[in-house]
Design a protein around this ligand. Sequence first.
Ligand code: NAI
Length: 483
Amino acid sequence: MKIAVAKGDGIGPEIMDAVLRIFEANKVPLEYEFVDMGKWVFDKGFSNGMTPEAQKAIESLGLLFKGPMETPKGKGVKSINVTARKTWNTFANKRVFQSLHGVDTVFSKAGIPIDITVVRENIEDTYGGIEHMLTHDVALSRRMITRPGSLQVIRYAFEMAKQKKARRITCGHKANIMKITDGLFLDCFYEVAKEYPELKADDIIVDDLCMKLVTKPDSFDVVVLTNLQGDIVSDLCAGLVGGLGFAPSANIGDHISIFEAVHGTAPDIAGKNIANPTALLLSGISMLMHVGLTENAGIIENALLYTLESGIHTGDFGDKSKPSVNTTEFADAVISNFGKQPVVNPKPIMPNKPGTPTPFKLQQNAMMESKEEGNETIVGVDFFIESNEQPQSIAVKCERHGGVKFKLINISNRGTQVWPTGSVYTNLVNVYNVRFETLDGEPLNQQDILGLYISLSGNFKVCSSELLNQWGERKGYSLAQGQ
Ligand code: NAI
């Protein structure tokens, strides 16, 4: 079986060399195709951080094992890591956080074991990076949460939870505030939960989740979240088990999967051969499990756990009274411990069952679409207009534009209603949201909306607009605070 390997930037080559040396010593039956990806490739003029040859190799092999890659600083440049995850639709980011014997934390000292798997949605949310300045004062980010995208990652999380016989699967969200976006994600969670009656499924608001992860981490098992919340919560979980040096990550897609550590390029220690290779090694072990190389994975993981138990450590963790080892020496120690069993949490050694990689060659992009329920109608429109006038004077002008089809419903500023009722204590910025709805209850069409747009633009700069859609009785838009 052949996989693509990109060593990455910063500490990437050092830790990748250490991990591949461990694989080689264990006779892991994998061949490697080294591909050009990273900041250094970007610097050569490849704007997505990879050469066309690298893209072709990864798309034909289906598996990428990668070191961390630096995101070039400066405006307009997207993260190479995020581009890779999104381009190949690796929709689920699985991160396993387990207490490791020998890695002291407040919880290990208190005898509280941690075994939490975070599944983070990997494509959508603010990571779409769809951002605009509406005026020089006001920036807007579009946060897309989709039904098919949510179902895809949530279904993966349930399937994984079933296989690992999880005690509990929890959806973390902020649906109390983001009722439409996080509300959709939460609805999808409970929709999928019906297919897995054997699993205890529940949900928790993300701020409460953070507090409970710190006070009762052993009460959680599998946690599934949207992208940004998942990113933050998973770093919190890394802190629970000893830091980023122990946080592996698998980006799972239908055709292509990417295995990498959670941490970055650690520029402060790059080139010194002192980085901790554990997170990348754990990611590599989960990749071996993924391709059915369970025996190699078991032997290497037991050797790693034994090494940690015996107090061998790089400079970023462990007993500071004992001298630390460097990256190469740490890898040597793991190799010398092949065949040994850790006292705590030894892994079973199951014979390899390498799966044959399914050949795939897509002819066109997959369209993910779910069935619409109820008739879609347009019942109004939100226009985001630039103005530094007071709400009442905006209302007077807007009402004139409504004509025979539209009624001005309300005006809000940063999501707080300021007309027809509001408070003089609400501070304003120079973008207002003026909401018009159909006057006579009749559905509207796009020409009606465009007519209003043109009319309104006589008085104001229209920065952005959104249709107010409705499916049957279900409104597809939020109300302003105070409406
Ligand atoms: P970072 O994870 O590289 O470093 C944070 C801190 O943790 C530093 O003090 C570093 O020395 C330490 N650290 C990280 N990994 C370590 C290891 N294996 N052994 C010992 N200490 C370790 O995060 P930072 O500094 O925010 O990002 C640096 C660069 O990495 C940025 O360009 C960022 O965009 C990129 N990055 C790439 C990621 C990826 O490739 N998946 C993920 C996160 C960041």
